[in-house]
Design a protein around this ligand. Structure first.
Ligand SMILES: NC(=O)c1ccc[n+]([C@@H]2O[C@H](COP(=O)([O-])OP(=O)(O)OC[C@H]3O[C@@H](n4cnc5c(N)ncnc54)[C@H](OP(=O)(O)O)[C@@H]3O)[C@@H](O)[C@H]2O)c1
Length: 251
């Protein structure tokens, strides 16, 4: 479970642990918050892992550390991501380039690398334990921004659109091996990532887009992620699930 120190990641970790999962809690630097997640989880056997997924070698290091501790992973949740503002026309070229590189590395390349390592291991586990044992699932936390556009953070929107496309490609490639892949696309969720947008000058405008009169809670996203991880029928693989309270309806 990447990015489990705060926000949606913490809520998903708690929800999976309530259903009996042993959770590998990944974070970047926020060790105190990660320990709070650990303390909030039901059950035992959970563990903490730090890695800056913007670094190209970090995904493999993280994977190896988790496998050394857990032996096997049944569900990978690619949740960690950054939302760095870099509006065109008011961002200089150097800052623009840096934002794209950091965002794509964290939001797309790290999930891609972890997904390959997870898929290889899940296939090997299934083959060594019998065809009907396998329960490999990969859940990618995407965003409504993939469809609606992100005018202040174009690299973020592009990273999430690519993540959706990757999920669909992997769903096709891995379904014959019994591994199912889901993408969840939340609109605004009440976490640190969204605070400045929800409380700042634009906050009222954001709320006005939401027929529910509020944005999503991390627990609502966690309920959907837990369903995909543990309950969703195989036929849902490849799905991109909108979680935006009807604030943006795509055809
Ligand atoms: N909040 C929203 O409105 C919203 C809307 C749509 C989609 N989403 C998506 O939902 C997911 C979770 O968002 P959130 O709002 O819960 O985020 P958040 O509260 O900002 O938490 C981000 C998490 O990702 C980790 N992280 C950030 N950069 C990292 C890096 N370079 N390497 C490793 N870990 C890193 C953080 O670790 P540290 O605590 O150590 O920094 C933290 O655990 C993201 O994929 C986001 O794009 C969020």
């Amino acid at each position: 479970m990447t990015g489990a120190s705060r926000g949606i990641g913490r809520a998903v970790a708690c929800s999976l642990a309530r259903r009996g999962a042993r959770v590998a809690i990944h974070y970047r630097v926020n060790a105190g918050a990660a320990r709070e997640t650990l303390a909030a989880l039901s059950g035992t056997g959970h563990a903490l892992f730090a890695a800056d997924l913007a670094e190209s070698a970090a995904a493999a290091r993280l994977w190896n550390a988790v496998i050394a501790e857990f032996g096997r992973i049944d569900v990978l949740v690619n949740n960690a991501a950054i939302y760095d503002m870099h509006p065109p026309l008011s961002t200089d070229y150097r800052a623009w380039q840096a934002a794209w590189e950091r965002t794509i590395a964290t939001n797309l390349l790290a999930p891609a690398n972890l997904s390959l390592l997870a898929a290889e291991a899940m296939v090997a586990d299934t083959e060594s334990r019998g065809a009907d044992w396998g329960r490999g699932r990969i859940i990618n936390i995407s965003s409504r921004g993939a469809f609606r556009g992100e005018p202040d953070a174009p690299a973020y929107g592009a990273s999430k659109a690519a993540l959706n496309s990757m999920s669909q490609s992997l769903a096709k490639a891995l379904a014959p091996r019994g591994i199912y892949v889901f993408s969840l696309a939340p609109g605004w969720v009440s976490t640190d990532m969204a605070t400045a947008h929800l409380t700042g000058d634009g906050g009222a405008e954001v709320l006005a887009q939401h027929p529910l009169g509020r944005v999503a809670t991390p627990e609502e996203i966690a309920a959907a992620a837990t369903f995909c991880a543990l309950d969703a029928p195989a036929v849902m693989t490849g799905g991109i699930i909108d979680l935006n309270g009807a604030s943006y309806l795509r055809s």
